[in-house]
Design a protein around this ligand. Structure first.
Ligand code: HEM
Length: 521
């Protein structure tokens, strides 16, 4: 961040922001009700210092404990509401989703870098509804079974890769998640971790987040900064944004052009892009004549799928493997349950899921304990509202703290302990239900949830079925217990850790190799 925006720029911009806000903000009657409680703001910048924290979820959770579960803060005059409890998030984001479902304006990420037109960043409106419906239709719990063959193919390839180069777990997980979504969306087969489309996605994601929260914040506060000339002093942020924009455009375009070329050749495998191109050509049902599709729609629908599905699922899979490594007793119990089902004679398949209740508890606990997107994605309130006697202003950014909600000590005693047994026989409990918070709320709830869970199920259950995962040992032969540490990012990943992974038997190796051969030829 410091290379992009130095302290002088920050100062100038904040001064600008203040002047702008004082000059243009429309005068409003002071509300007769108080705002929700929260920490005292600093003059001018409000609560900006706290909002710059690397572990904002912990800062918010501490506010929740001190001031109550709904907090109000400002950053240079912009209102932010923080929801630290399931009840408040449910009451507002779900029950009042008609007014709590938009997205805040993001000048840096959305307008300068080019992410603004994709579903996850769009405000509510006709285009949002069209994209959302198309994506929901493709990934509803009923529909996901149509992708089973792709999930199997990618899972078996990943198992074989893990057998061949077990030290590259992180790379193989990334290839697995990118491979599945690229295949379903564009009909594209990822060959290895260095695949050009996977590398492009990586570069694009890294560049998109590397302006840092302050870089983004300054542009969001002073939207006029987006017109700052690239030749002017302090224009590092703008040059970075434009460079990122070119990556984002390539990220949308290259896989789409690849799929289109296969359609022209008549060799396109069935995939979402092919379906959408056909819909665009005929402009027929199921997407209604009033909702015609154009090329930009297709670019953005397919692009958001890749962007939203791959990194999130990969982060959850890393947390899964890490939790199993730290808890050998859980691994052993899950392995025993799976062995009873398969007799060690075959791989696990989707049909087995209902009869692996312990594994299901482990997956639930991974989603809770690992909490890959701790603060979800911010919503925006589009009308003035009142809640529990407090005033909630129109335009406020509304953030839910999934991390704090899934650490509620009343529902999850010893919340930092990884304990799948807490869900045993209780899959209908509030505790189990509230883990869904990690996928968001209301009209914005993650449309890929069922698909993410089924992909995780298939890969991890088969790793457990065919391999042994144990701690690495140091020079003295002592097992190494890696610390629980995550990257400081919006989607948090477990930092790379040491482990040992190998086929549990020659028979397991041969089952994997045969399955892989059968699907890949
Ligand atoms: C473990 C994996 C995943 C996690 C933890 C996750 C989490 C989330 C969260 C927290 C949101 C924001 C919800 C809100 O604003 O209330 C979201 C949105 C979204 N997710 Fe996921 N997600 C995962 C996997 C997937 C997959 C596999 C797909 C696609 C197949 C997907 C597609 C999307 C899309 C398109 C949105 C934007 C929805 C909107 O803004 O209306 N996600 N996800």
């Amino acid at each position: 961040m410091s290379s992009l925006l130095d302290s002088q720029t920050v100062g100038i911009t904040l001064a600008f922001a203040l002047t702008g806000i004082l000059a243009v903000s429309r005068w409003k009657d002071s509300p007769s009700l108080p705002y929700p409680p929260g920490p005292a703001p600093d003059p001018i910048i409000g609560n900006a210092r706290a909002m710059g924290s690397d572990e904002l979820e912990r800062v918010f959770a501490a506010w929740g404990k001190k001031y109550g579960d709904v907090n109000y803060v400002t950053v240079v005059g912009k209102p932010i509401i923080v929801l630290n409890s399931y009840q408040a998030a449910k009451d507002l984001l779900e029950k009042r989703s008609g007014i709590y479902s938009s997205r805040p304006r993001m000048v840096m990420l959305g307008e300068l870098m080019g992410w603004g037109e994709v579903l996850s960043h769009q405000g509510v409106g006709p285009r949002f509804r069209k994209h959302r419906r198309i994506i929901q239709d493709q990934f509803s719990a009923k529909q996901v079974s149509q992708y089973a063959h792709v999930q199997r193919k990618e899972a078996y390839a990943t198992l074989a890769d893990l057998g061949n180069s077990p030290d590259d777990l992180m790379k193989h997980l990334k290839r697995f998640t990118a491979g599945i979504i690229l295949s379903i969306t564009y009909g594209y087969t990822v060959k290895d971790c260095d695949d050009p489309l996977v590398t492009l996605a990586d570069e694009c994601t890294t560049a998109s987040v590397s302006a840092g929260p302050i870089g983004s914040l300054l542009c969001d506060l002073v939207p006029a900064l987006k017109h700052w000339p690239t030749w002017a002093p302090f224009s590092g942020f703008k040059r970075h944004a434009l460079h990122t924009r070119s990556l984002v455009e390539r990220f949308f375009d290259e896989p789409y052009q690849w799929a289109k070329a296969r359609v022209a050749e008549g060799t396109a495998p069935s995939c979402i892009t092919v379906d959408l191109l056909e819909t665009m050509r005929t402009q027929n049902e199921p997407y209604r004549a009033s909702e015609t599709l154009d090329t930009t729609d297709i670019l953005h629908i397919t692009g958001v799928l890749y962007a939203a599905a791959s990194d999130t699922t990969c982060a959850a899979l890393k947390a899964f493997m890490f939790a199993l490594l730290l808890h050998p007793e859980v691994f052993a119990k899950a392995q025993e349950e799976i062995d009873q089902k398969t007799g060690k004679e075959r791989l696990v398949d989707f049909d087995d899921r209902d009869s692996l209740p312990y594994f299901e508890c482990v997956m639930k606990e991974v989603l809770r304990w690992g909490c890959s997107v701790p603060l979800g994605v911010p919503h925006q309130l589009t009308e003035d509202d009142t809640y529990r006697g407090y005033f909630m202003p129109e335009g406020a950014t509304v953030m839910f703290n999934a991390w704090a909600i899934t650490r509620n000590e009343e529902l999850y005693p010893e919340p930092e302990r990884f304990m799948p047994e807490r869900f045993w026989g209780k899959m209908d409990s509030d505790a189990a239900r509230q883990v869904d918070t990690v996928f968001g709320f209301g009209r914005r709830v993650c449309p890929g949830r069922a698909f993410a869970e089924s992909s995780m199920f298939l890969l991890v259950s088969n790793i457990i079925a065919t391999m042994d995962l144990t701690k690495a040992v140091d020079e003295a032969g002592e097992p190494i217990t890696p610390p629980v540490e995550y990257t400081k990012s919006f989607i948090r990943h477990v930092v790379p850790f040491k482990y040992q992974l190998k086929y549990r038997s020659e028979k397991a190796r041969s089952i994997v190799e045969q399955a892989n051969l059968l699907l890949h030829g």
